[in-house]
Design a protein around this ligand. Structure first.
Ligand code: NZQ
Ligand code: ZN
Length: 383
């Protein structure tokens, strides 16, 4: 087991009827005016927006709104929101939406307190030194962004989908009310399941073995699988929604990687090239394609881990690593996730471009260090 420091400053407010509590938390922290950041309008359709506004009014918190954060969020929208936050003298950012909205809000929170170009945090040119307080209402369980310090944004001019991590952008308070997710389309549920399972697997397969963390990780993955199947049939099953939501938060709030080497993250880096080249490719859908291909390419580095995965997740007896990987792909197919680049609409000639974009992050990976050629081979397997 590796040495570690575990610290997570986010207050997680979880359960039914918690959205309407946001105003109280803001008032308690003496917040007078927020920038409310939102996506394309789902929160108006499902009543979340109305509850938030009522709670802000009741607690005397003013707001200014910025709408239009899109899935696979873009830098230009972040910059627009930063300038609104500066001009309107807000004292906190309130993100209401899925991972794209919360990730963008993290960039706004840090960007408001930075004189330079906010992209500097993603390109590695600058580190976040301070940020405005950030509050979040999560409407889509998938990314774990509600309880971590990561932000992923696409620079639409350079086609770079990069991330930064900072302790300063963990939300101060994150509200997770599973009931607001009853309105999620099935494909978002499926994308969320694949994404969160992938977060756990990035740690599970980073070359470290921590037996307690293995059990936690296997529990998270199995819970996500079981609850996804229930929710595909019965979207308003509260118990399944709540267990799904809690699992996805724990998948990327530090717990699933305790004692590990920080995770492998090659599959994520390669997937980000897919979403950067084609913004209509959802992150979870891309991962359903890339992760099993990565597994096929690297399993010989630690075949016993893949056997353990097959046995403990899928109940396979004396299995081979390939059988474990196939079981994962089969489950992805069963829930309706794509498993090839072709299904995502990519052509064979796109592999070169995808390799070029993903290779900007090379060398990458912990279980096996990947260079440009390795990335290309993984994409060929994925095709
Ligand atoms: O924009 P609106 O109208 O709100 O609709 C959204 C959007 O179209 C909709 N939606 C959200 N909540 C809903 C809902 N529809 C109905 N009912 C609800 N309750 O869902 C669509 C997708 O939303 P999005 O926020 O893009 O999805 P997700 O939460 O999966 O976020 C994906 C983004 O997060 C990044 C991904 O790369 C991608 O850009 N990631 C962030 C991570 C992090 N911060 O730690 C880690 C991940 O690995 C990932 O990279
Ligand atoms: Zn992810």
């Amino acid at each position: 087991m590796q040495n570690f420091v575990f610290y997570n400053p986010t207050k997680l407010v979880f359960g039914k009827n918690t959205v309407e509590k946001i105003g109280e938390y803001l008032k308690k922290d003496n917040v007078k005016k927020v920038l409310l950041l939102a996506g394309g309008g789902s929160i108006k359709k499902n009543g979340v927006y109305e509850k938030v506004v009522r709670s802000l009014v009741e607690n005397g918190v003013e707001k200014i709104e910025v709408w239009g954060v899109r899935p696979n969020p873009v830098l230009s929208k972040v910059k627009e929101a930063i300038s609104v936050a500066k001009n309107e003298n807000v004292d906190a950012i309130l993100a209401v939406g899925g991972g794209s909205v919360i990730d963008s809000a993290k960039a706004v929170a840090a960007g408001v307190r930075y004189e330079g170009d906010v992209w500097d945090f993603y390109s590695g040119k600058a580190k976040v030194k301070e940020a405005m307080p950030l509050y979040a209402i999560l409407t889509l369980s998938a990314t774990g962004t509600e309880m971590n310090g990561n932000s992923v944004v696409t620079n639409e001019e350079t086609l770079e989908k990069f991330s930064f991590s900072s302790i300063h952008v963990y939300p101060k308070v994150s509200v997770v009310d599973p009931e607001v997710q009853y309105t999620l389309p099935q494909n978002q549920l499926v994308n969320g399941a694949v994404d969160a399972i992938s977060h756990v697997m990035e740690y599970y397969f980073d070359g470290e073995e921590v037996s307690l963390t293995d059990r936690i990780d296997e529990g998270i993955i199995k819970t996500i699988m079981q609850t996804t199947e229930v929710l595909l049939d019965d979207p308003k099953n509260y118990d399944a929604r709540a267990n799904f939501a809690l699992s996805t938060t724990l998948a990327l709030n530090g717990v699933s990687g305790l004692g590990h080497k920080g995770g492998d993250w090659s599959s994520h880096a390669i997937e980000h090239a897919l979403s950067a080249l084609n913004p209509d490719v959802a992150h979870g859908a891309g991962l359903a394609v890339v992760f099993p291909a990565w597994m096929k390419y690297v399993y010989s580095q630690a075949p016993e881990r893949f056997v353990q995965f097959g046995e403990n997740i899928f109940g396979l007896k004396d299995c081979k690593p390939e059988e474990a990987i196939n079981a994962l792909s089969d489950w992805y197919k069963k829930i309706g996730a794509p498993t090839t680049l072709k299904e995502l609409g990519f052509k064979e000639e796109d592999i070169e471009k995808l390799t070029e974009i993903a290779s900007k992050m090379a060398p990458m990976g912990k279980l096996k260090k990947l260079e440009r050629d390795d990335i290309k081979k993984i994409l060929e397997i994925a095709y």
